[in-house]
Design a protein around this ligand. Structure first.
Ligand SMILES: C[S@@+](CC[C@H](N)C(=O)[O-])C[C@H]1O[C@@H](n2cnc3c(N)ncnc32)[C@H](O)[C@@H]1O
Length: 440
């Protein structure tokens, strides 16, 4: 059969495998990608090409699909053929691959993965796509910007319309920044490392080829390469962590506090990035961390993240944070890094914008309020609680804080911030610092 004989370069084959796993098995891109790269024995530039193809297509399919549809003569298209076409469109409109190479490799890929049947269709559609650039295609397939701003941006920047609307609301007075935010969501994030204090430092990480971050004194952005080649990372003395997450952990560790400061709680700790930074800081200050996580397999990840800490610095619990085993008022500082929609971390989770729904947000808000209430019960009077999300969606951020504050008379808000990918180069992390009023 011709499909067995067609030579296909391994990066494109690997990218198609990732798209298939994400579409059929609902895989997560960041988890399946390393497995697929290993299976195809891809490294260096080839691995980077496969990553760009797969992640780029998953992010941008909300634009590529209407372009493909505009080039079809019959409306029906097999899903596997659409994936090959999306890969071809990405090469034509977003990469510097010459048109003839983008088209011929896509024809080879569909022959090898689906068969000879759709080869002509792939060739014809991609030839049509190649006749104009991305801006001209946006003008042709997206709603008019003046008549329907959200609809236009949803197609042009490839986000579901409800996500565009939620982000617009979250920007509030800064709504004019919406397009910049959506553009930033479509950028591949840089790999940022954290030097866990007392175990590593930024000088050591910089020596591995990186640059210090602006907001966190413990962060280093890698210039390139693989973080698993950095010894401090493999030894657990440093980790991969977005700078925004570092800033949130520091907000908890550094919030001003009167009196005892010995016992800290991370209520929703898995997989353990913030817990590891907190435990390292706590150890330096003579305090200890309890890291709680509901899912046992994620609690195991927390324990692994804490492996380089001195014994006794941190204690991992696998339990439901809404039904805690400790007595009220046990802790001096608490972080609630709540389960959330993750709409502030779209850069690093390419498929999540297509999976989340408004109903998820409604469900999460109830859990977020309960967890924040538990955190406030868990902290002693005079202690501090930081409520954080990697979502800027109003219902999950200020909505939760205000609902909980509205029904408690023992708590005051002392600080609040919202980070943004387009302004800060971080995930869109939200954090509010609350204090239980000291007893009179
Ligand atoms: C946003 S993640 C936390 C990320 C973590 N702080 C870090 O920096 O690595 C939220 C975590 O809360 C956990 N979770 C969800 N419901 C929970 C509950 N009822 N009690 C405790 N943890 C819960 C989830 O399994 C998830 O691991």
């Amino acid at each position: 059969m011709s499909e067995r004989r067609t030579p296909v370069d391994r990066p494109r084959r690997a990218a198609l495998d990732v798209l298939t796993a994400v579409r059929v098995d609902e895989a997560y891109t960041n988890l399946v990608l390393p497995q697929v790269l290993r299976k195809h024995r891809l490294e260096g530039r080839d691995a980077a090409l496969a990553t760009e193809l797969a992640s780029g297509v998953i992010r941008m399919q909300g634009l590529y699909d209407p372009i493909i549809d505009a080039c079809l003569t019959k409306p029906k298209l097999q899903a596997a053929v659409r994936d090959v076409l999306r890969l071809g469109v990405h090469q034509l409109l977003a990469m510097r691959v010459p048109d003839h190479a983008a088209i011929s490799t896509s024809v080879d890929l569909v022959r090898a993965s689906v068969g000879q049947g759709p080869a002509g269709l792939v060739n014809a559609v991609l030839r049509k796509v190649s006749r104009q650039d991305r801006a001209a295609w946006v003008a042709q397939v997206a709603p008019d910007r003046d008549a329907d701003r959200h609809g236009h941006l949803a197609v042009a920047q490839s986000h579901p319309r409800w996500v565009v609307e939620a982000l617009d609301e979250a920007l509030g007075e800064d709504r004019h920044e919406l397009e910049a935010l959506l553009v930033a969501d479509n950028d591949a994030p840089r790999v940022t490392l954290v030097a866990r204090p007392g175990l590593s430092d930024v000088d050591e990480l910089e020596a591995s080829g990186g640059t210090r971050t602006r907001l966190s004194p413990y962060g280093v952005v890698l210039d390139g390469g693989d973080p698993s080649d950095v010894p401090a990372v493999t030894e657990g003395r440093a980790g991969v962590q977005d700078e925004g997450s570092q800033v949130v952990a520091l907000a908890m560790a550094d919030a001003p506090l009167d009196g005892r400061d010995q016992l800290w709680l991370d209520l929703c700790a898995g997989p353990g990035g913030k817990a590891a930074l907190l435990a390292a800081l706590a150890a330096q200050r003579g305090a200890r961390l309890v890291a709680n996580e509901r899912q046992p397999h994620r609690a195991t990840l927390v324990a692994s993240a804490l492996r380089a800490l001195p014994p006794g610095a941190a204690y991992v619990l696998a339990g439901d944070g809404t039904r805690p085993p400790w007595v009220p008022g046990t802790f001096d500082r608490v972080l609630v890094d709540a389960p959330c929609s993750g709409l502030g971390a779209l850069r690093r989770r390419p498929e999540s914008r297509w999976r989340r729904t408004p109903a998820d947000v409604d469900l999460l808000v109830g859990l977020q309020q309960v967890l924040l209430d538990v955190a406030l019960e868990s902290v002693r009077p005079g202690g501090v609680v930081v409520y954080a999300t990697c979502s800027p969606v109003v219902a999950e951020t200020t909505g939760v804080v205000e609902a909980v504050l509205g029904r408690r008379d023992d708590t005051e808000e002392v600080d609040r911030f919202q980070l943004w990918p387009h302004r800060d180069g971080t995930d869109a992390m939200f954090a509010a610092t609350l204090r239980r009023r000291a007893l009179a």
